[in-house]
Design a protein around this ligand. Structure first.
Ligand code: NDP
Length: 330
């Protein structure tokens, strides 16, 4: 059986004007694949890197990396999902901005009944990212309750999840954000200290908050604008995890400077290394679902757009005018 689906694709890299609504046929899943009918799709800053070509992909390119919906068909060899299951995923290659799609089953997990589709769509890529950052991307000796960390863009989709997750781990999170309103939101979600880095020198403030010691780890997704200053916020042996480039790509690094700044560590992690196997994906998703269902982490959706308004969603994300998560409704 062949079904129709509206989808968003680009034929050339560039601005939001490249996002084009198309209609296409969706067939049956092959071995190891499923067909999902989306009820909601998550928006992520990574979608912008793919639209602009910062993260290279072949054209034409369907965008989107997380979604939630109902399994409509299951291919040969897929045993962890069945027709009618509620499901959610974060996956690459992209292609989630659509009503339905055929995709590898490996990245897809069953969505607990207690979690609605919009929440499922909003939280998979962002929540699994916080899971591997805070639980699995730690400085030497690990993070212990009472340790202080710095998390940039703390009022964004990933950021607000991180504020709450860090609080649940007993960590003292210093969050940066681009306005006083965003700082207040990060504080409401568990940031112990907040810094408006558009008007305050965040290095000086971190030194002040930590009594000159610096933090054990910095989680930096802003990239070009913050990377070098983030190094200056670290205590000796501290870890800088650069996991994004919202302000642009980080220039090449002279590793020699890490010695002079206190035997520092730098990592450039990505979610897709962490969810490379189905077992790992399930274990991380179980952890995330547990955090959400226990109320320790709530998923805040502040922006909703119909599929055909996806260009506006991209403009808002790039303009730094969003907070929390954004979803496409279907
Ligand atoms: P956000 O909702 O956090 O949006 C990005 C935020 O970055 C903005 O709201 C803004 O917050 C901040 N920012 C700082 N400088 C700029 C700039 N020049 N232009 C635009 N935004 C800027 O997005 P997501 O939650 O989707 O993702 C957060 C980050 O995490 C992204 O960089 C993303 O690429 C990264 N990521 C990485 C993953 C990985 O595994 N490596 C996986 C998932 C996400 P403010 O105004 O407060 O500064």
């Amino acid at each position: 059986m062949s079904l129709r689906s509206r989808a968003i694709q680009i034929d050339a890299f560039g601005g939001p004007e490249q996002l084009r609504l198309v209609e296409r046929e969706v067939g049956e899943p092959g071995p190891g694949e499923i067909r999902i009918r989306h009820h909601a799709v998550g928006l992520n800053f990574i979608d912008i890197y793919q639209r602009t070509g910062l993260y290279p992909n072949a054209l034409p390119l369907a965008l989107g990396m997380e979604g939630a919906g109902v399994i409509e068909a299951v291919g040969e060899g897929v045993s962890h999902l069945a027709v009618g299951d509620r499901a959610a995923y974060a996956s690459q290659p992209p292609g989630a901005y659509c009503e339905r799609r055929v995709m590898p089953a490996r990245s897809v997990v069953r969505l607990p009944e207690a979690i609605d589709f919009e929440t499922g769509a909003a939280m998979m890529l962002k929540g699994l990212t916080v899971q591997y950052l805070l639980r699995g991307t730690q400085p030497q000796g690990g993070l212990q309750p009472g340790d202080t960390i710095l998390f940039h863009a703390a009022a964004g989709g990933v950021g607000l999840i991180a504020c709450q997750w860090a609080r649940a781990m007993g960590l003292v999170l210093i969050g940066t954000a681009g306005s006083d309103e965003k700082c207040a939101l990060a504080a409401e979600h568990g940031a112990a200290h907040v810094i408006n880095y558009r008007r305050e020198d965040f290095v000086a403030r971190v030194k002040e908050i930590t009594g000159g010691k610096g933090v054990k780890a910095v989680y930096d997704s802003v990239g070009a604008d913050t990377f070098m200053k983030s190094l200056d916020c670290l205590a000796p042996f501290g870890l800088l995890a650069n996991f994004g480039n919202a302000s642009g790509k980080v220039p090449p690094l002279d590793v020699g400077i890490l010695g002079g700044k206190g035997s520092l560590y730098v990592s450039r992690p990505t979610l897709f290394t962490h969810i490379a196997t189905r077992e790992r994906t399930q274990a991380m998703a179980d952890d995330l679902f547990g955090m959400v269902m226990s109320g320790q982490v709530s998923i805040r959706i502040d922006q909703r757009y119909p599929l055909e308004q996806v260009a506006q969603a991209h403009r808002d994300l790039e303009a730094r005018s969003t907070t929390g998560c954004s979803v496409l409704t279907l």
